[in-house]
Design a protein around this ligand. Structure first.
Ligand SMILES: C[S@@+](CC[C@H](N)C(=O)[O-])C[C@H]1O[C@@H](n2cnc3c(N)ncnc32)[C@H](O)[C@@H]1O
Length: 221
């Protein structure tokens, strides 16, 4: 094999390994740890999302389709927060919607669209959003902080969509009940072989403390 090809293959293998390690870290460390990691090494964000895209291509059902259906119901310029937006696919596709995207990293091509922020401490006022999307993004171990922050930034009666990998919960009903303790009511629950999605309405004051989701670790090669 010519050396150039070898080099490309080695780089690809290295990036796949970095993706797996990063993924494991994002799911097993606190939000502060991950935010600091992407701040110190911004190039990791692209490596992570290249690996994540490969993972995504293997799933016959796409979480993006669930999130797309959700955002399209908001036709009156309601403020929608895409929290842990990744490559900001929602804001890029639904330009007619009022979507604000947040993540702990981004690449140059989407920097106009993404605000760098930790989902446990978002730079917006209380009750700012009409709707929130968390698509496969509740990764850090301090999940209680993520949920309490979601409660703070969402308007009363506002809607929150959580989409997650089904293997992260033992039971979707149990998951929904845990989220309800944070001051929400589950209005829609759906699941398939790969993912589940729940819509919650903010209905009351509430401050939860417990964890919700197991880590999602992809197999090592
Ligand atoms: C698996 S990706 C999903 C991206 C996107 N929501 C999607 O559905 O394609 C999870 C994203 O959550 C982001 N993330 C993880 N921890 C975060 C935190 N503490 N605050 C903000 N974003 C975070 C990661 O950087 C990553 O872009």
């Amino acid at each position: 094999m010519p050396p150039v090809k070898n080099h490309a293959k080695t780089k690809q293998n290295m990036n796949s390994s970095i993706f797996r390690l990063l993924n494991e870290e994002l799911y097993t460390k606190s939000s502060g740890f991950s935010a600091q990691k992407f701040k110190e090494s911004p190039e990791l964000f692209k490596i992570y999302h290249d690996g994540y895209k490969q993972q995504l291509d293997q799933w016959p059902i796409k979480p993006f389709d669930i999130a797309s259906k959700f955002v399209q119901q908001f036709k009156n310029n309601e403020k929608i927060g895409d929290i842990g937006c990744g490559t900001a696919q929602l804001a890029q596709k639904f330009k007619q919607c009022n979507i604000e995207s947040f993540d702990i990293g981004c690449t140059d091509d989407i920097k106009e669209l993404v605000r760098i922020a930790n989902m446990t401490n978002l730079p917006v006022a209380d009750e700012y959003f009409d709707a929130l999307v968390y698509s496969l993004s509740i990764m850090p171990t301090d999940q209680y902080k993520v949920l309490n922050e979601a409660h703070r930034i969402l308007k009363m009666n506002g809607t929150m969509l959580i989409i997650e990998v089904i293997s992260r919960v033992k039971n979707v009903d149990e998951f929904a009940k845990k989220v309800e303790k944070y001051g929400f009511k589950c209005t829609i629950k759906e699941e398939n072989k790969f993912f589940f999605s729940c819509e919650f309405q903010k209905i009351e004051k509430g401050e939860g403390t417990g964890g919700l989701l197991d880590p999602c670790i992809y197999k090592r090669r």
